[in-house]
Design a binder for this molecule. Structure first.
Ligand code: NCD
Length: 304
């Protein structure tokens, strides 16, 4: 995978995924062994949209490998404000860094920018498109808690605009996983994502209600309604507040159900779930560091 751009989980084979997750497990077991693996490497951060976990865990990851960041900072204080194109920005900053991480509100932007640069470019979220590194840490978390084969997973919430959903669903086609999608009619999977899943021959079912399938699930992946992507506020208000879970509702689930969420949550998961053994979402967020270390180490390493 040396010098590959990572723009979508479509490009990742089962072998690629397992190699990264195995390296992440190695790192988690002995982080000090990797402390100077990428000494002097610089990671360029281009965030055109808000981020807490993704940006901070990428920063932590490169620093834990011995490298450092160069950060474009807020869009308002960058030359984007002066009208610089994304292609020009990408071409300039590739001269300042050994790899780039980019988040942008437009779907397809990471793919477009990657055409202009030679250093690896990692998509940290392109609008309602993809978020492949979130998927890698999701898969790591699933592998640790439930295992990736013979998995029954429910993916619930905003399946239309949720990029973490699109990436995860696609990546799971590499494994023996039954995928159940739970959402209001208006937030079902986009046609192109559903088409790709069918093409991969993957087993998927769509539901508008959680109760009937909850008892069969090994993992429930809850997502936030992506308010910022709704073209019209009344469309958002019609579905806001639907599809919430709490500890009481989970009493119908398997004892070892794993509840995940890419975070941030708004009101999809009640705080009383945090106290149950189902809750894995904070651990999931923490897994972002070893997983992103593994990915950066793979992309930046010398000869394969
Ligand atoms: C997600 C995102 O940005 O797509 N956040 C994250 O990276 N963990 C999910 C979200 O914003 O709802």
């Amino acid at each position: 995978m040396r010098h590959d751009h990572i723009t979508s989980t479509k490009q990742l084979s089962r072998g690629d995924i397992e190699a990264i997750l195995d390296r992440a497990s190695d790192i988690a077991a002995d982080p000090s062994a990797y402390a100077d693996r990428q000494e002097d490497a610089l990671l360029g951060l281009l965030f055109f949209e808000p981020s807490t976990r993704t940006k901070m865990s990428f920063s932590a990851a490169i620093k834990r490998l011995g490298g450092d960041i160069v950060d474009m900072g807020p869009v308002d204080s960058s030359s984007v404000k002066k009208g610089e194109s994304l292609a020009d920005t990408a071409r300039v900053v590739e001269g300042y860094a050994d790899a780039l991480v980019m988040r942008h509100p437009s779907e397809g932007s990471a793919q477009m920018a990657s055409e202009y640069v030679d250093v690896p470019l990692i998509n940290a979220g392109d609008g309602a498109g993809q978020h492949p590194t979130q998927t890698l840490l999701d898969l790591y978390t699933i592998r640790e808690s439930a295992g990736l084969d013979g998995l029954t997973i429910g993916i619930m919430g905003d399946l239309k605009y949720g990029r973490t959903v699109h990436s995860l669903a696609q990546a799971l086609t590499n494994f023996d996983a039954s995928q159940h999608f739970v959402s209001p009619e208006s937030l079902k999977l986009p046609r192109n994502v559903r088409y790709d899943l069918h093409e991969e021959g993957s087993s998927i079912k769509e539901h508008t209600d959680l109760e009937t399938i909850l008892p069969s699930l090994d993992v429930l992946y809850v997502t936030r309604i992506q308010e910022e992507r709704f073209p019209d506020e009344s469309e958002y208000r019609a579905v806001a507040g639907e599809y919430q879970i709490d500890a009481d509702l989970l009493s119908a689930a398997k004892d070892d159900l794993t509840v995940m969420h890419p975070l941030p949550r708004v009101d999809e998961i009640a705080y009383d779930v945090d106290e149950t053994s189902h809750a894995k979402y904070f651990e999931q967020a923490h897994n972002g560091v070893p997983v992103r270390m593994a990915l950066l180490d793979t992309l930046l390493e010398g000869e394969p």
